[in-house]
Write a protein that binds this ligand. Structure first.
Ligand SMILES: Cc1ncc(COP(=O)(O)O)c(C=O)c1O
Length: 456
């Protein structure tokens, strides 16, 4: 009762939503596709798609149909089922190569996810090419999976390398490209910068980064783009990005968990040693040594994630069938703007990243004055609203922002206006509840005491 009264009061006193919010028109794409996603049609308001998206029945069915009718190992069986499994697995590779406009299927390596892809590059390319004095340039907003592999290389193989972090501009709305230019020099061997930040929603200018690298870095340097938060949401053409390597994960783009991609320029991949040894990645094995398979097999040791790759192929088909990536991007910009502007209207909420909503991905990291975000996420969960709270695997970014954690609400094309409205209403109720408590929340100080353990 007390909460309800406080809520009504809060609604009466909170500022009006902007014009955009009051005139919001739902996207036909959301209306058309929402029913395809069984897990979010059970009552949960799912605003955690940046961590992992939901899957449509089409993808779930494709994967389970494979398991029910055709499951078998690939590349090694003489029998019919194995041949069919191999055909479907390789078809998924072809679809993915086409989806990102790779030069050839040889450039497309299936991995267990983007994290695996980034470790592969660091261990294979890094150990072979880095030497004392070499510099690795990352941005301060990188996901841990772009940072830790290079730290492991530094600790275990090349202690003489330097890892440098490019800052953001003064209002944290973009990468500081001038600073990036100043940081690069003839020792710069690796530039690894996220395409779209999973915390701030910033999308970096890959052509600009590639052009700075071409002018300033070592001639044999590489540029890696982490596309985990871009490939699911917009058209990506790896040739147009001007990078050397591109990584992403299926589970953030309506596909299965456990499968990701590494795209690399063929010449670079050809020159790199294998990352892991085992079956499938070899040509000839003797007691004294081994030779290796052609690309991409050289990097796919052991039994791959067959059903998951086939499920990813189905996910790509689904994304094309609903209108393609340009339509998805437009739809997400609409709901992302609605989310951002709705949050902006709540008293005490601080949002991070660009204020220009046309430049933001459809996610919003935020904190609330004097209330720990873990408390917020827990209360929202009790009300059936799923958001993430934690550092989102971007601890250096949070350190730079001067906060230990943020809450993050993230949308996909299936996110409805009602999802955002319920979230905003429940968030206001939560804030009002904590404001009504004299001593604040369980950990209103943000010192981490009593918080839940969060990952990505
Ligand atoms: C920007 C970014 N990079 C890398 C990753 C790691 O992806 P995965 O856990 O699928 O390997 C994530 C996942 O949250 C991400 O958002």
């Amino acid at each position: 009762m007390r909460i309800a009264i406080l809520c009504i009061l809060a609604c009466l006193t909170s500022p009006d939503y902007s014009d955009f919010v009051s005139s919001f028109t739902p996207s036909p794409l959301t209306q058309k596709t929402r029913a395809d996603f069984p897990a979010i049609n059970t009552g949960t308001v799912y605003l955690d798609s940046a961590a992992s998206s939901q899957k449509p029945s089409f993808v779930i069915d494709a994967q389970s149909e494979f398991d029910r009718t055709t499951h078998s190992n690939v590349h090694r069986g003489a029998h019919k089922m194995s041949r069919e499994a191999t055909r479907r697995y390789e078809d998924a590779r072809s679809s993915l190569a086409e989806f990102i406009n790779a030069g050839s299927r040889r450039e497309l390596v299936f991995t267990s996810g983007a994290t695996n892809s980034l470790n592969l590059i660091a261990h294979s390319w890094g150990i072979q090419n880095l030497e004392p004095g070499s510099e690795v340039i990352l941005s301060i907003m990188e996901h841990h999976s772009s940072i830790v592999p290079w730290q492991l290389i530094q600790q275990n193989f090349c202690p003489g390398i330097k890892i440098k972090f490019c800052p953001l501009n003064s209002d944290n709305s973009d990468l500081d490209y001038d600073e990036l230019e100043k940081m690069m020099n003839a020792n710069t061997k690796v530039v690894s910068i996220v395409h779209t930040s999973n915390t701030l929603g910033i999308t970096t200018d890959t052509k600009r980064i590639a052009s700075i690298k071409a002018r300033k870095a070592a001639a044999d340097s590489i540029y890696i783009v982490d596309g985990c938060q871009s490939l699911p949401h917009k058209k990506v053409d790896v040739k147009d990005l001007n990078c050397d390597f591109f990584v992403a994960s299926a589970h953030k783009m309506v596909g299965p968990t456990g499968v990701g991609l590494l795209w690399g320029k063929e010449g670079l991949l050809d020159a790199m040693p294998p990352f892991m040894g085992g079956g499938e990645m070899i040509d000839i094995v003797t007691t004294t040594g081994s030779t290796f398979a052609e690309l991409p097999g050289k990097f796919e040791a052991g039994t791959p994630m067959i059903g998951q790759a086939i499920g990813w192929g189905a996910a790509l088909k689904y994304l094309e069938s609903i209108g393609g990536m340009e339509e998805i991007e437009k739809c997400e910009n609409n709901i992302g703007t609605y989310l951002y502007e709705s949050l902006q209207a709540i008293d005490g909420v601080t949002l991070y990243g660009p204020t220009n909503t046309s430049k933001r991905a459809a996610l919003a990291a935020f904190s609330v004055e004097n209330i720990h975000v873990s408390d917020i996420a827990t209360f929202l969960d009790l009300e059936g609203v799923a958001v993430r709270a934690g550092h989102h695997c971007t601890q250096p970014l949070h350190d730079m922002l001067g906060i230990s954690h943020t809450a993050r609400a993230s949308c996909y094309f299936y996110t409805t206006k009602e999802d955002v409205d319920i979230f905003v209403e429940k968030l206001k109720e939560t804030i009002d509840f904590f404001r009504s408590q004299e001593s604040g929340g369980a950990d209103a100080t943000g010192d981490g005491e009593g918080e839940i353990d969060y990952f990505a």
